[in-house]
Design a protein around this ligand. Structure first.
Ligand SMILES: NC(=O)c1ccc[n+]([C@@H]2O[C@H](COP(=O)([O-])OP(=O)(O)OC[C@H]3O[C@@H](n4cnc5c(N)ncnc54)[C@H](O)[C@@H]3O)[C@@H](O)[C@H]2O)c1
Length: 336
């Protein structure tokens, strides 16, 4: 099987049509949406589509997510960027979805300088807006022809106790961190179900990047923890609904990513904020604050991208598990 990495998005279709072929492949034609074409060679796909194949990769692909079509929301920086880069290195086609157009396009361009057959592209998306998420899914299917792995990673953090948190900030946190995951699953699942219909052996995955704060309450950080706890409820419920279609739904619950911009940004990072707020008694430097937090982790360090990526690859490769919340916390948070 040769991998088609891009199909001309101008192909016009009528209704949804599923055309079984007399060998292993099928064509799925989705009106105004795109095509999923399966055939033994690129030439045969070109004939079937009666259209120009923009690029066909005939190199053998070896990565652990080779040929999979992956969306990572919030991929312009932080965990999302690292996840997108790592899965691209593992030969996936990756959609960088983010509000931040400048950084998102920069990342997609950087990945595409790679000579491998897979591709990345940027879609501007606000996960708190259902329409914007629908457009992200549509752009993905049009561009790559399907969706195998949807990583709902975009998230924001506004800490504060009950006497500080405004209803507006609480609402914003909920719309991005909780509703955003619902919008992604709602818009992505139909594509995955259609792929299963075409090939009942095919597995797809929805993964929420949750947090250790989705497993244990977080002092003066309830808006974040509440949305993340809610995310686990969605994961378990979506998992029950979608497993009949071989769509697995899991959460990954990382510990603190001290090296990422959320914590380490020299101007607005949490280390600087906590130092200035005097949150850690006796701390005189950013390094003191960092040491204080690292000491709380049995593994003695913060969570890194590679730790999260290993958990993602486990969830994708493991066919016999769904609805789980996988802690990646260096032992700081354990399941009961
Ligand atoms: N940083 C940590 O210590 C940590 C720990 C555990 C879990 N997490 C989770 O990991 C995920 C990523 O966190 P991070 O620290 O890498 O964040 P980050 O702030 O470094 O990056 C978040 C990205 O999401 C994008 N984004 C924000 N709102 C968006 C929206 N409405 N629509 C689309 N994109 C949006 C931002 O532009 C940014 O590129 C979050 O879900 C977070 O809760 C982070």
């Amino acid at each position: 099987m040769e991998r088609i990495t891009e199909i001309n998005p101008d192909i016009s279709n009528s209704d949804i049509k599923v055309l079984p072929l007399n060998y292993t492949g099928h064509i799925v034609v989705v009106q105004d949406c795109g095509l999923v074409l399966l055939a033994p060679t690129a030439d045969e796909v070109a004939k079937l589509a009666q259209s120009k194949i923009i690029s066909a990769d005939t190199q053998p692909v070896k990565g652990r997510v080779a040929g999979k079509i992956v969306i990572v929301t919030g991929a312009a920086q932080g965990f999302g960027q690292g996840i997108a880069e790592s899965l691209f290195t593992e030969d996936a086609n990756v959609v960088i979805a983010d509000l931040n157009e400048v950084k998102g396009i920069e990342l997609a361009n950087a990945l595409n300088t790679n000579k491998s057959g897979n591709r990345a592209f940027f879609v501007k998306c606000d996960v708190s807006d259902a329409k914007s998420v629908e457009q992200m899914i549509e752009a993905t299917v049009n561009h790559f022809g399907g969706l195998d792995l949807l990583i709902s990673n975009a998230g924001i953090l506004r800490a504060g106790g009950l006497d500080e948190m405004t209803p507006e900030t609480f609402d914003l946190m909920t719309r991005v961190n909780y509703n955003g995951f619902f919008h992604c699953a709602r818009a992505g699942a139909p594509v995955m179900k259609l792929q299963w219909e075409m090939n009942p052996a095919h597995f797809s995955d929805i993964i929420q990047i949750n947090s250790k704060s989705g497993l244990k309450g977080s002092n003066k950080n309830f808006a974040y923890a509440g949305a993340k706890f809610g995310g686990i409820g969605l994961v378990q419920s979506f998992a029950l609904e979608l497993m009949p279609f071989r769509v697995k739904v899991n959460a990954i619950c990382p510990g603190n990513f001290f090296e990422g911009p959320l914590w380490s940004d020299p101007d607005n990072g949490l280390f600087v904020q906590y130092l200035n707020a005097g949150k850690i008694p006796g701390a005189k430097t950013v390094e003191d604050v960092k040491n204080h937090y690292e000491a709380q982790v049995p593994a003695g360090r913060g969570c890194r991208v590679k730790d999260v990526v290993r958990a993602i690859l486990y969830a994708v490769e493991q066919e016999y598990e769904t609805g789980q919340a996988i802690p990646v916390t260096g032992g700081q948070e354990m399941l009961r």
